[in-house]
Design a protein around this ligand. Sequence first.
Ligand code: PHE
Length: 342
Amino acid sequence: MLESIEKIRKEAEEFLASAGGTAEQFRLTYLSKKGILNGLFEDFKKVDPAQKRAVGQQLNVLKNALEEIHASLQKETSSDTGKLPSEDLTLPVVPDSQGSLHPLSIVRRRIVEIFSRMGFNAEDGPEIEYDWYNFSALNFAENHPAREMQDTFFVEKADATRDDLLLRTHTSNVQIRLMDRKKPPVRSIMAGRVYRNEAISARAHCQFHQVEGLYVDKNVSFRDLKDTLLHFSKEMFGKDTQIRLRPSYFPFTEPSAEIDVTCFICGGSGCNICKHSGWVEIAGSGMVDPNVLANCGIDPEEYTGFAFGMGIERITMLKYGINDLRLFFENDQRFLKQFVGI
Ligand code: PHE
């Protein structure tokens, strides 16, 4: 009998060490009415009277040991259930996903900020526009082929009460709305979305973003245009940047010029981005055509002005080496995540 008491004590200790069983399982096996301990007490009755004292003592020792084991099992399970995983300081940190600005927003903000330091205030205008503001007031004659340079999405055809309604093809509509409202001096920067009926590809999209600048006052000259854009280019692309003006044509500016900057990828020595010319085109510009000023009730004899417009996607693609325009509109996390912290 003494041997089996000893064996049971060992088994019970192993039960505790194995950590596999619950307090309840332990109680059922050892301490319940039909459990092992009660069985031993039954057997105890039949023990030889000469041995009763020694066996009785051991039996009590076993009983105490089993009760202790049961108590410690109970303690373990109750403290387990009360524990929240977050209290385990050894667990790895739950990753915190940080949002980021869209690359187009980063570049737009930067452009607007540079011009606002030069005294340009930010203005806004509608994306759904009348033909007058998008074309006619900007000196696009009725059947002028330049209207076809910008494939237009029409919203509603004109009727007796109003003009054609369309999605603006450039931000130049805001120039007209601004000069209608405000007399010179006008010095504003206007960023926004524009639409053209183009097949979507890596290089073209039916929607994109432009930033337009307009400065109208007495004695505004072509030199002011050049200096303003040179300063902007140095701020935006680095202080060694130079600009080059190439003659161009826009119905609303005369003379007109395309603005190139020294390639900020290769510094002008020639690379794939600048097609080995050392220059990249960033904007269209020119002196506001006198007809446009007159269309807005501003006397072209008294005032002159310059305007420029640039594509935000184009600058962003050049700046970050992005080669597919569609990436800007897909909102793929794998693309956007790369701009965290910029
Ligand atoms: N609106 C012209 C375009 O979209 C850009 C431009 C703006 C050119 C202002 C000259 C002056 O192509």
